[in-house]
Design a binder for this molecule. Structure first.
Ligand code: HEC
Length: 223
């Protein structure tokens, strides 16, 4: 009996008690503030991955702007489809259509292709220097037509199947554009390749997207 009343009346103990009552919520508020700040500013975590992309991206605007006006007079004297198919100069009209169509992708891949930031994370991977984008056109066509199955939380977004939103011309243009901007360089993807991919991958049943590990295998199986 006397113990309890002594403890609760002890001025030192109740002093410590009120310090704790103050310190615990105070440190929680500070921690929340730090985490919130890191979240809002996007500091930390992704720095490693972004650096090479930004380094590659740096010379891109200059290179693209230099290439576009140069390509214009050439295209004026040649039929539109021919240079694209040859993989040489890219038809500026196709690049323009691709750039407009890229609005669909920018929501996740970002206006500069390096992936939109979502707090400390990225919505989607950088398309700058992406092997999957710049390799066999059938691979990037399959990715856009069917999407990629979400197997981890590497990115905030999910690569959905975008077949319905892009006709063959826009599908080809958006891939041609992304393969040839921000310093990327790869042959144009033609409307015919897009149409052929849509037809041959029609039997690929992957409602939640194809698994990353199966992209190459699926493309080989449909050659
Ligand atoms: C809703 C968000 C979202 C949109 C819109 C989107 N993507 Fe993606 N994309 C992703 C995510 C997330 C990944 C990574 C998927 C994974 O690995 O789980 C990805 C991956 C890719 C890849 C593979 C890149 C690599 O190197 O791994 C390509 C190519 C690609 N997207 C192209 C496009 C194109 C082209 C468009 C527009 C037509 C587009 N994406 C629209 C979210 C999106």
């Amino acid at each position: 009996m006397s113990h309890e009343s002594k403890d609760s009346n002890n001025p030192i103990l109740s002093g410590i008690g009120s310090v704790f009552l103050f310190l615990v919520p105070f440190s929680l508020i500070v921690m929340l503030g730090v985490v919130g700040f890191a979240f809002l500013t996007g500091s930390g975590v992704e720095k490693k991955e972004e650096t090479p992309a930004e380094v590659v991206a740096a010379p891109a605007p200059a290179a693209t702007e230099a290439a576009t006006p140069a390509a214009a007079p050439a295209a004026a004297t040649t039929p539109a489809a021919a240079p694209a198919a040859a993989g040489g100069e890219i038809d500026p009209a196709v690049m323009a259509l691709g750039k407009t169509s890229y609005a669909t992708c920018a929501a996740c891949h970002g206006p500069d292709g390096t992936g939109l930031k979502a707090g400390p994370m990225l919505m989607a991977p950088s398309l700058v220097g992406s092997e999957l984008l710049l390799g066999d056109p059938d691979e990037s066509l399959l990715v856009v037509l069917k999407g990629i199955a979400k197997e981890n939380m590497d990115y905030m977004g999910m690569m959905a199947a975008l077949a319905a939103g892009l006709d063959d011309e826009k599908l080809a243009a958006v891939l041609t554009y992304t393969r040839n901007t921000w310093g990327n360089k790869a042959p144009a993807v033609t409307k015919e390749q897009a149409a052929a991919a849509r037809a041959k991958f029609a039997d690929v049943s992957a409602p939640a997207g194809v698994k990353r590990a199966e992209i190459k295998k699926l493309v080989e199986a449909h050659k």
